[in-house]
Design a protein around this ligand. Structure first.
Ligand code: CS2
Length: 494
């Protein structure tokens, strides 16, 4: 391919036929949604659903203004701004089929760390009906030990004192809602898209806790007027690599600084509680329900926990990708047993879903050869993931006399990972985690106290007091310390 074209509004008409482009008039889009946390997942999921709706017409009022609050968002902001907020979504099927779609539903991208007003104004604008969030499991500022909003966070202290110049999402939402109330406008729906049990209820709690400390009357108004639907979100979205960028350039001559690759599977189940209207996402496959609980529990305990099982064990074994893990019969069997023997018995029936088929599909999705989802992405932030993805399953099994061996090996392996920071070949493993220092310090102490890691209460609660669990766990710590061969331990449990 000799000629290349840089992705932007003015070059859309020059895109080669293999790339699907917006058929609607982007200039007519209005911003109806402000989304905070423009990462790969938002771009492959909510933006993709919204784009599908726009392609059908009649959705011009649901343009999305992207917002980043942190310095770390600048790179994405700069890349997308230079492309008139366009990017390519590369959907890769296991059979090798690839769909390339330029997504046009972003109307803007603003950076709160540069200028808080640039985020507050679109949030407070009359046309905005929804503020959606992907701020990661750790972004909700919850002290895991107490389950309460952490008022000791210096940025929270700052935001309480400086309502007009907030740094964190709680301050932004509170100030924007204050402006809406004062202007006589309706509130907006706050739509969490993070992998957290009852993500809407949690968002509601943290926003109201913060607002109440700042302005109790406003908190009451928010409580009555805003809504916070719970949702289950799903689409495996690996981090973008140079290979994705090169693919578009080599195959299509398209220069896109930051495309997104994902699997074809997508799922979004939302409670239909939108206080100020919503896009007709049901027209493009979103499932609206009264109670999302069984769907989110199923997804967190099977898919997300399944990822952590493969990720933490696979990292120690020296695997780089999730696919490599499920290609290994031992890992595949271990995963399936974890899902069947430990996770599934803790789940309620889920309407319209055959759990066996769901798990079969899950393992196929993990094995998609076109998706190079790294074990490193999965292990990153485990201190926020494990308490959501696995601990509730362990606790339920301790209560019901169920199996806990598989989970115990995963936790022991995580400890070993943090203590050694290398795989069985001696290659380095990074502890990429907000609690990095605590994790490493506690894991290293296991030579004196085998339960030291498990005593990190903010992650494990009181698990270190559960004798049935600690007995198994201690023997695994001893075995891993002796041989570093996680596969051997896995075989022992099967
Ligand atoms: C993953 C999720 O971060 C993780 O550990 O399990 O990002 C997962 O890929 C998504 O939730 C899929 O929907």
């Amino acid at each position: 391919m000799n000629s290349t074209v840089s992705l932007r509004q003015s070059s859309l008409s020059q895109l080669p036929p293999g790339i699907i482009r917006p058929r609607y008039d982007r200039r007519k889009l209005q911003t109806g949604i402000v989304h905070v946390g423009v990462g790969g997942f938002f771009r492959s999921h909510q933006a993709s659903y919204t784009e599908q709706l726009m392609q059908r017409g009649d959705a011009a009022q649901w343009g999305i203004c992207g917002a980043g609050l942190r310095e770390a968002d600048r790179k994405m902001h700069d890349a997308l701004r230079a492309q008139d907020f366009l990017y390519t979504l590369i959907e890769k099927s296991p059979d090798g089929h690839i769909d390339n779609r330029v997504i046009g539903c972003l109307t803007d991208f603003v950076l709160g760390c540069d200028n808080p007003e640039s985020v507050l104004q679109p949030m407070a604008a009359p046309a905005t009906k929804i503020v959606s969030l992907t701020i990661t499991e750790g972004g909700y500022n919850i002290d895991h030990e107490t389950g309460e909003f952490d008022f000791s966070n210096p940025d929270v202290i700052h935001d309480l004192e400086h309502p007009k110049r907030p740094r964190l999402i709680f301050g932004f939402l509170t100030e924007a809602l204050r402006r809406r109330r004062d202007a006589g406008l309706s509130a907006f729906t706050v739509q969490s898209c993070d992998n957290i049990q009852h993500n809407g209820n949690l968002t509601r709690k943290v926003v109201l806790d913060f607002a109440d400390r700042q302005d109790p009357d406003l908190a009451k108004w928010i409580d009555v007027n805003a809504s916070f639907p719970n949702a289950m979100v799903d689409r495996i979205t690996p981090a973008t690599t140079d290979a994705d960028i090169n693919y578009l350039e080599q195959e299509f001559g398209l220069l896109d600084q930051w495309p997104v690759t994902c699997e074809p599977f997508e799922q979004w189940v939302i409670e239909d509680k939108f206080c100020n209207g919503r896009p007709e996402w049901e027209r493009v496959g979103v499932h609206f329900v009264d109670d999302v609980t069984p769907y989110e529990t199923m997804k967190l305990r099977l898919l997300n926990a399944g990822h952590s099982v493969l990720g933490l064990l696979g990292a120690l074994h020296g695997y780089q990708t999730i696919r490599e893990c499920v290609e290994d019969q031992l890992f595949k069997e271990f995963l399936r047993n974890y899902l069947d023997l430990e996770a599934t018995p803790t789940l309620d029936a889920v309407e319209g879903i055959d759990l066996d088929a769901y798990k079969d599909t899950l393992i196929k999705r993990f094995g998609n050869p076109a998706i190079r989802d790294s074990v490193a992405r999965i292990c990153q932030g485990s201190s926020d993931k494990i308490p959501v993805f696995m601990i509730p399953t362990i606790i339920a099994n301790l209560q019901r006399g169920g199996n806990i061996n598989y989970a115990a090996l995963v936790i022991a392996s995580w400890c070993h990972y943090c203590a050694r920071q290398s795989d069985r070949h001696g290659e380095p493993l990074e502890v990429n985690d907000l609690m990095k220092d605590e994790l490493i310090a506690a894991a290293r102490k296991t030579s004196d106290d085998k339960l030291a890691f498990l005593k990190l209460k903010s992650i494990f609660g009181n698990l270190a007091d559960e004798e049935r669990f600690t007995r198994v766990y201690e023997s695994m710590i001893t075995a891993l310390n002796a041989s570093s061969d996680v596969a051997n331990e896995m075989r022992g449990i099967l």
